[in-house]
Ligand binder design. Sequence first.
Ligand code: HSE
Length: 306
Amino acid sequence: MSEIKIFSPATVANVACGFDVLGFCLDNIGDEMVIRKTDKKGICITKIEGFDLPFEAELNVAGVSALAMYEAAKPDCGFEIEIYKNIKPGSGIGSSAASAVGSVFGMNALLGNPYNKTELTQFAIKGEALASKCEHADNLAPAIFGGFTLVKSVAPLEILEIPSPDDLYATIIHPQIEIKTSESRAILPKKVALQDAVTQWANFGSLIHGLHTSDYNLIQKSLHDVIVEPHRSKLIPHYNEVKEASLQNGALGAGISGSGPSIFSLSKGLETAKNVKNAMKNVYSKTGITFEIHMTKINTEGIKIL
Ligand code: HSE
């Protein structure tokens, strides 16, 4: 095999109380990439469609993660990368992570899979860091592993797969404005109050327990963020209205998707997720801000060969 086409999915990071450690993978929303083996050594990005991104490998998220793997693997070939980008950069649903994992996943497959999923995530962190100025893996891990993932540690990298309850659906509204992850990280406080930390880790622990036991009531009680949301929500127009409308229409919880501006909600059952979708839509339809809405089951497969 000398060429491979892949689907690299969008993801939701943080999931309210799990800043920088928890994420889940979305179905049907993602980038496509073609990775091709070449006789000429090195990494060459030959095509980018969808958004205006740099072709130089060292300046491109997919290129940087590819270079990290290339330097480690030292293969006797090179690779060409084509990127068909559907996830808008700065959307909050893991645009840079999709690019970062796509190149290394494709190269790995063409080399006969010498690396495991954690090792691929390790290479992809280098690409993600180019975009967000910080090494974090909470979008990368669910894109590679699928489902919910918990990044137990970045150095050394340790990723836990968390079960996804069968009847859990995500609804995501994406206002078409850009919030750079690096900027929305810069506004966060360096220190947090002990009482807030206690609340956050109680919620986080119980959310993980709720996911393990498919306890939707516990998931509902746990989807709260007292540390990050108060700061970042100010960057997202009509955030509180969208959140309120989602909860009133039966969502288990809602929060900022990654670093925003997308807002996610989780619901039990398709019908509720549809109601939440309509409620979110109603709020934004009145604002004059263009938006997209996605509604999906949790994607337990992750990145895949097409
Ligand atoms: N955990 C990251 C953040 C995800 O919230 O900044 C966005 O890349």
